[in-house]
Design a protein around this ligand. Structure first.
Ligand code: ADP
Ligand code: NA
Length: 324
């Protein structure tokens, strides 16, 4: 049994990209492993957030995790800011992180580009992410492809800490899904689908109603040659839709190409929309039943208590090793 850790930011309603790249694999991993799934609210505040909206997004994300199949009896689901060891170790890891390596993070470049005011926390965010992971003796971190670079930094920080002070941290491995690791925007298929996209037509929210899902997929950007074939370079829009259907249904890309042979994009898009709706509809039903339940509070309280037990032990070891 391995230890698994992963987090998602409560920065808006999750997209089908978050589901296919992250949550779907969490659900598969949880029965065989010791899993920690975190609502990383302290990462969300590295960019401005509306206070009430943030509260709602935290609760909504917890309900989405559970509705998607995270089992609170076998996994630990908790809110980052309720376990103070995260920011404590985060600071310690900032102290051994170099400006140069943080400056190389492409996510920081993307998120700060063209912005007038960029917080220092947005810059040091990867050190806090390393803390999240290292506090739990994590062996495996299942994430989408965009997190690969941050994971590499986490491994470097763990090794640096172990070499400089004492051999305390497990050096984690990244796990990226074979299909669905990078779902692209429906409007700009060369850009990743993101819940913080300002163009609402670019992403499918996990809470979009079936009609809306259909409409967004029907207006997804494709190309003019009318052939349903996987070719990321020349047909990014069609390839993205094929990836979405494949990842939703578990059918291979080849099987889907065969399914749509001789058919037009109209039939194809309807097929993709149906696949997405089939995945999201049952999740949405469970979500609305959970959202205002007391059960949700109990699960999060229990999760934070359980997480703190492990996190505090490792924090104490790390402090001692550093001479604090
Ligand atoms: P976002 O970029 O939507 O704000 P987060 O940074 O909170 O999402 O990421 C949560 C998880 O979802 C991470 O594991 C990330 O790699 C994954 N993820 C985010 N966007 C996508 C995408 N378009 N395709 C696949 N996985 C994604
Ligand atoms: Na488990």
């Amino acid at each position: 049994m391995k230890t698994i850790f992963s987090g998602i930011q409560p920065s808006g309603t999750l997209t089908i990209g978050n589901y296919l790249g992250a949550i779907q694999q969490f659900v598969q991993l949880q029965e065989e492993h010791d899993c920690y799934f975190c609502i990383v609210d302290e990462h969300a505040i590295t960019v401005p957030q509306d206070r009430l909206k943030l509260r709602q997004n935290i609760r909504s994300l917890a309900a989405i995790y559970l509705a998607s199949g995270i089992n609170p009896d076998s996994s630990t689901l908790f809110i980052q800011s309720e376990v103070s060891a995260h920011t404590q170790l985060g600071w310690m890891l900032q102290s051994i992180s170099y400006m140069g390596e943080l400056e190389r993070m492409t996510q920081f470049k993307d998120k700060s580009e063209g912005k007038e005011a960029v917080s220092s926390a947005l810059f040091t965010y990867p050190s806090l992410m390393a803390s999240d992971i290292l506090l739990y003796n994590t062996d495996i971190v299942p994430v989408g492809e965009d997190q690969k670079q941050h994971l590499e930094l986490t491994r470097n920080l763990a090794q640096r800490f172990n070499n400089r002070f004492n051999d305390i941290f497990t050096v984690p491995e990244v796990k990226i899904p074979k299909v669905g690791a990078r779902i692209m925007s429906l409007q700009e298929p060369t850009k990743k689908m993101s819940k913080s996209d300002t163009n609402e037509k670019g992403f499918i929210s996990m809470l979009d109603e079936p009609k809306k899902i259909e409409k967004k997929i029907k207006s997804a950007v494709t190309d003019s040659d009318g052939i349903v074939k996987f070719d990321k370079e020349n047909k990014p829009g069609v390839s993205n839709l094929l990836t979405i259907e494949s990842s939703c249904t578990g059918k291979s890309i080849e099987a889907l190409e065969a399914k749509y042979e001789g058919k037009g994009y109209g039939d194809f898009k309807q097929g993709v929309a149906n696949a997405v709706i089939d995945v999201l509809q049952p999740i949405q039903e469970k979500y609305y039943a959970l959202l205002d339940s007391e059960e949700l509070d109990t699960i999060l309280d229990h999760g934070a208590e359980k997480a703190a037990l492990t996190a505090n032990k490792n924090l104490a070891k790390a402090k001692k090793a550093m001479g604090l």
